[in-house]
Ligand binder design. Structure first.
Ligand SMILES: [Zn+2]
Ligand SMILES: [Zn+2]
Length: 151
């Protein structure tokens, strides 16, 4: 089984447990996300989808599948760049509380990493004091330069 097949199997199991359905189309879009090293725009994914699966596919096809995958926590939308990427933790399946995305502005790479528990509770306390409710994951997107590019 390839790395992608293993992750897809995990993703399907996750959906079953949530009572959600991984349709063939959703699976295909997930497959495209997993095949990419970095984040992709919906239009890049649409082009790949057309090349690989269905030459007359329309944008709503991709958007609906992406919405589903994001809802299930299997993919993430980066709001600062309006791009999508596969969750990096599908097989280990920890939650997304305090997830931070580190976006390298030089190579375009993205790292998904959890904030330390203490930092999350401090942030939550601060927001609580302000009466501010977090509605959307990921929690934070940080732009900068990754360790590779900084060399
Ligand atoms: Zn994730
Ligand atoms: Zn970089």
């Amino acid at each position: 089984m390839s790395r992608i097949d293993r992750i897809l199997a995990s993703a399907e199991q996750h959906c079953r447990e949530q009572g959600a359905r991984m349709t063939p189309r959703r699976r295909q879009v997930m497959n495209l996300l997993l095949a990419q090293a970095g984040p992709q725009s919906a239009y890049q994914l649409l082009d790949q989808f057309k090349d690989r699966y269905q030459s007359n596919a329309q944008p709503p096809t991709i958007y609906r599948a992406l919405d589903f995958l994001v809802q299930q926590g299997l993919a993430h939308r980066l709001s600062s760049t309006n791009q999508y990427l596969a969750c990096d933790h599908i097989t280990c399946r920890h939650g997304h509380k305090g997830t931070v995305f580190l976006l390298c502005d030089e190579c375009g790479g993205v790292q998904e990493t959890p904030l330390a528990g203490a930092a999350v509770s401090e942030l939550e306390q601060t927001l609580d004091t302000l009466g501010f409710e977090i509605q959307q994951e990921p929690l934070l997107e940080v732009h900068g330069r990754c360790a590779n590019c900084a060399l």
